[in-house]
Design a protein around this ligand. Structure first.
Ligand SMILES: C[S@@+](CC[C@H](N)C(=O)[O-])C[C@H]1O[C@@H](n2cnc3c(N)ncnc32)[C@H](O)[C@@H]1O
Length: 284
């Protein structure tokens, strides 16, 4: 892809115009070799998010850029700015820098700086791997609206990941766990159970906390069911992400709904990229 038609690119398109004319999840890899230093720096988060969108799960983004302050960086009149060795951290939830802009999540696989003094060549070379999905912006807004309406005192969440859903929810207190990840930090309003399974968290909470609202973005385990019921009240509302096709939301609803009496299922709204279904009491 190039905005100028040199006759060598397949798609003539300006990278600063979104969305790019390619479908979600189309590519195994993107090679951005000495490209990003030509773009407007205030579009960098959007550009990275667009790379994330068009890559397949676990897809790789190869980036090379001149080193800031180098002769190579200054010689091209259209260079705007470049990254330094710490810039990739802003895109990886393993770093606290991720929390500034909360872009789509990446894992930094390679971070190298080349200084070949004799050849007068200096460059940064980064390889970034697309991490899994956090809630979409539209789904986060929907979840925010539901919790704003219900005003739950206590919320229990399974599947924190980078915490997009956690931070979107309006609640007195949120308890959240993730069996694989530990990116979000506990605060006054949020108790995180990093690297802990739903069963471990629920067992710790079940005789202490009654939940007004559950959000399931991980897989409910068989052992979780009695614990969830022990923490429930007759008015408790349950929300499930990925309620589409054969995804985990359908599986989770199938596990919990038969154990609840007088609950109806509210399917996801007709908004693309929102797959949250809700189980709520019939008389709600
Ligand atoms: C789609 S991600 C969650 C995204 C997150 N809600 C957000 O908006 O940032 C699903 C996460 O659930 C975790 N998970 C799945 N089943 C779980 C379980 N039974 N207990 C704890 N964590 C679980 C996975 O490790 C994964 O990180």
């Amino acid at each position: 892809m190039d905005k100028l038609n040199h006759g060598t690119s397949d798609i003539t398109h300006d990278l600063e115009v979104f969305p790019w004319p390619v479908k979600d999840g189309s590519f195994e890899a993107i090679i951005a070799w000495h490209v990003f230093e030509h773009l407007k720096p205030w579009l960098m988060i959007d550009v990275m998010n667009e790379c994330w969108r068009v890559l397949k799960p676990d897809g790789l983004l190869y980036i090379a850029m001149p080193i800031a302050g180098s002769e190579g960086f200054y010689q091209d009149p259209t260079h705007t700015r470049t990254w330094n060795a710490k810039t990739p951290k802003h895109f990886d939830p393993e770093s606290v820098k991720y929390q500034y802009y909360r872009p789509k999540p990446w894992k930094v696989e390679v971070n190298k700086t080349y200084r070949i003094e004799k050849a007068n060549k200096t460059a940064h070379y980064f390889v970034m791997r697309k991490r899994g999905q956090a809630l979409t912006d539209e789904a986060a807004t929907y979840l925010h609206e539901i919790t704003e309406r219900l005003k739950p005192e206590n919320v229990v969440e399974i599947g924190t990941f980078v915490g997009t859903s956690t931070l979107a929810m309006s609640a007195g207190h949120i308890y959240t766990c993730d069996k694989d990840n530990a990116y979000l930090k506990s605060s006054e309003r949020i108790t995180c159970f990093p690297k802990q399974t739903s069963t471990e968290m629920l067992a710790l909470l079940s005789d202490k906390v009654k939940a007004d609202f559950f959000f399931f973005d991980g897989r409910i385990q068989e052992e979780d069911l009695p614990l969830i019921l022990a923490m429930s009240k007759p008015t408790t509302v349950y929300a499930f992400d990925d309620y589409n096709g054969g995804s985990k939301g359908v599986f989770n609803v199938g596990r919990l709904w038969p154990l609840l009496t007088g609950y109806r299922l509210v399917p996801p709204p007709e908004i693309e990229s929102v797959t949250i279904a809700v189980l709520e009491p019939d008389d709600h």
